[in-house]
Design a protein around this ligand. Structure first.
Ligand SMILES: Cc1cc2nc3c(=O)[nH]c(=O)nc-3n(C[C@H](O)[C@H](O)[C@H](O)COP(=O)(O)OP(=O)(O)OC[C@H]3O[C@@H](n4cnc5c(N)ncnc54)[C@H](O)[C@@H]3O)c2cc1C
Length: 662
């Protein structure tokens, strides 16, 4: 294992010299909105009158000033940017590739998994932004196109008025003063621009901790020795080896026989090499085609790409031409990755280092997210250790908590991180690295970044202040982030003071549970509700189900938030693997309310229709309208997406524009 000391701060900025174009990224409204970017938005990032950088005279130089800079547009970065933007922060999101999504994009095609462990821990699908993305993808992309997943992420990001997106732009330098990042530099060679980006808070979601590296954040790579943290899964001695990278492929069944000739440089694969690596199907490559964990996974990227492609071609050659798989005769590859999907590299050090014991039984007052994937270690040599199974797993008994203190740098005061680069031991990282977990960490730090900027405090100051931590956690919960055991304590939620009645109640799913503070059922081992926290009532054609909140005195209400059921019992992801795809629905989830009307009785006794919704498929819905004094609010459900019961977990009511203040 290596400890990387803070690097010398390269004063790139002073070299840039003259020619600076200054610009302030305009703040949009504080609430999440959907709108197409205007041409003026693009003028901001490519202004015609921008001068040329002194250091690179063909590159135009642009200064962007913003509240939050997010480096890296994988799922951690996308969720961080959206969360910060929806909480009113101006955000610049910098992604070095043309597609968002990181390893989940069409460039790598890794399916997103998380706390529910495919189907291993049913009922624990994460809520929040990742659920919003998963539901939208399942409905709009039943054909399972990876490129449409990329497009969905692009759509979500460009539809946020507070986000300025810089694609094909790489963060490559940081200017640090007094332990704070003052400015970062990024370059886009496609458009020949150099960016200087100034923000109050910075988020490193690059996977490789590139921003942290440039800023001199303390970090480590490799594996801790067992003595350091007393982790049973750690090697006896520390070592500078980690998980390898992988390249996936997809293949399709054709009408005609499809011959395959391997390139000369493909490896010759033997049956012996596949002893622990079963080939059960071949439509979606193999995560165990892994290599390079015993090399420099960043510096040796080109070598790793070559070796992985040589193994991919060799394995496909074996499937097609060895005679062991005659059923593959009509199959042909239709896509091969060219980018090694990276699992592990540098991890930054925060105020807390998450470790194996925390995943087995941990609890944190500053918990802001959950994980649940097994600790999933692989031999660093990957495919070159055919004598070993490709992984060994230890499953945390329950979903575990991730503290905010593992999501900010311990020595760079305005730097947060989310993704596979959080402050975790190697053993804990082997679980927390999966992408739904990265996404919920992203939502947590984006929300934290917005609150840091608003309160003018550092992430550490936020974490150490019980009041601010409570506000952050309640804000996350309001946004449907899953935080174990946390219930709605928001004093501004007017629904908590209401009486609730309903058209009917189905079994244990009582109407009063709408206001019990929980936004999900607690599942048993099969994913059924061991603890019920939702209301349910029969609904069919001609018979609406309704639930009503009523107050003794009229309340001024401008926003109603509803959390529906979206079938957490099933897994939901985009995958090319048929064995996984059969377990999920690429459509609206049947449990979710589809058509509903939101009605109010005003203080003067008149009725007002607040909203009419058709074809809903989302779990969390917010309705904002002109605030008025209301005696009651009623939700009338006309149809679900298939289920016989209308189900709702929670209803909240607010005055418009209020934020949580505890
Ligand atoms: C083959 C394989 C199998 C895996 N299996 C699964 C699985 O089944 N399910 C699962 O959920 N996870 C799986 N993982 C783990 C998971 O893919 C990664 O841990 C995850 O992608 C980490 O997310 P991230 O957002 O931190 O990083 P990434 O997904 O790597 O995203 C980081 C993004 O930042 C960008 N970036 C990097 N440097 C810069 C820079 N300097 N400037 C701007 N942008 C930058 C990158 O291009 C990238 O798009 C697997 C990984 C591999 C390789």
């Amino acid at each position: 294992m290596t400890m990387e000391a803070p690097v010398d701060r390269r004063d790139f900025f002073s070299q840039l010299g003259l020619g600076t174009y200054s610009l302030v990224v305009l703040a949009g409204e504080a609430e999440a909105q959907s709108r197409a970017p205007s041409p003026a938005d693009f003028d901001k990032i490519a202004p015609r009158d921008a001068g040329f950088a002194a250091a690179e005279r063909h590159m135009r130089e642009v200064l962007l000033e913003t509240d939050v800079l997010v480096a890296g547009g994988g799922l951690a970065g996308v969720c961080a940017a959206i969360a910060a933007a929806r909480h009113g922060a101006r955000v610049v999101l910098v992604q070095d590739r043309s597609r968002l999504g990181g390893n989940s994009s069409s460039e790598v095609k890794m399916h997103v998994v998380g706390a529910n462990q495919h189907t291993g821990r049913p009922g624990w699908r994460e809520g929040g932004l990742i659920e919003e993305l998963r539901l939208a993808d399942a409905v709009n992309n039943p054909q399972r196109s990876w490129e449409l997943w990329d497009l969905l992420l692009y759509d979500k990001v460009v539809s946020e008025p507070n986000i300025t997106l810089l694609l094909e732009t790489t963060v490559f330098s940081a200017n640090v003063k007094d332990g704070r990042i003052a400015e970062v530099a990024a370059r886009c060679d496609k458009s020949e621009h150099l960016y200087r980006i100034r923000a109050g808070v910075y988020c490193d979601c690059t996977g490789d901790s590139r921003l942290g590296l440039e800023a001199g954040a303390e970090m480590r790579s490799g594996r801790e020795g067992r003595a350091e943290l007393d982790e049973s899964l750690a090697p006896l001695q520390p070592e500078n080896r980690t998980l390898g990278s992988s390249i996936l492929f997809t293949s399709r069944l054709y009408h005609n026989p499809m011959p395959f000739t391997a390139p000369a440089w493909a490896r010759k694969i033997t049956k012996e090499q596949l002893k622990h690596r079963p080939v059960a199907s071949w439509e979606y490559g193999y995560w165990w085609i892994e290599w390079g964990g015993d090399h420099d996974v960043i510096g040796d990227n080109e070598r790793i790409r070559f070796e992985l492609l040589a193994i991919v071609m060799g394995v496909w050659d074996y499937i097609k031409n060895s005679g062991d798989f005659p059923d593959s005769r009509h199959w042909a590859m239709d896509w091969v990755g060219m980018m090694p999907g990276r699992r592990g590299s540098r991890r930054m050090l925060g105020d807390y280092l998450l470790k194996q014991q925390d995943l087995m039984q941990g609890s944190f007052p500053d918990a802001v997210a959950i994980g649940g994937w097994a600790m999933d270690g692989h031999p660093p040599e990957g495919f070159d250790r055919p004598d070993l199974p490709p992984n060994t797993v230890l499953r945390p008994p329950e979903v575990y908590e991730i503290p905010l203190r593992s999501l900010y740098s311990r020595n760079i005061s305005n730097l947060l991180m989310a993704g596979r680069n959080i402050s975790a031991s190697y053993v804990a990282f082997t679980s927390a690295r999966v992408m739904a977990t990265c996404a919920v960490e992203g939502q947590a730090i984006g929300t934290a970044a917005a609150q840091c900027r608003e309160a003018r405090v550092s992430p550490r100051e936020l974490a150490r202040d019980a009041g601010r931590m409570a506000k952050l956690r309640q804000t996350l919960l309001r946004d449907d982030q899953t935080i174990k055991g946390l219930t709605n304590q928001d004093p501004l939620d007017l629904a908590r003071r209401a009486r609730v009645t309903a058209s009917a109640e189905s079994g244990a799913a009582k109407a009063a549970l709408l206001l019990d503070g929980h936004v999900r059922d607690i599942p048993d081992e099969r994913g059924d509700a061991a603890e019920v926290h939702h209301w349910a009532a029969p609904v069919d054609e001609g018979r609406a189900a309704w639930v009503e909140l009523r107050w003794d005195r009229p309340q001024r209400i401008g926003e109603v938030q509803i959390t529906f059921d979206s079938g957490f019992k099933r897994q939901l992801t985009l995958t090319s693997q048929e064995a996984q795809n059969v377990n999920l629905l690429r459509a609206p989830q049947p449990e979710t309310v589809k058509d509903y009307t939101l009605l109010a009785q005003l203080a003067d006794g008149t009725q007002r229709r607040l909203a009419t919704v058709k074809n809903n498929f989302q779990r969390l819905k917010r309705h904002r309208f002109e605030a008025a004094e209301m005696q009651s609010v009623r939700i009338e459900v006309q149809a679900t997406n298939g289920d016989a019961l209308a189900r709702i977990f929670e209803i909240r009511c607010y005055e418009v524009g209020q934020t949580i203040s505890l």
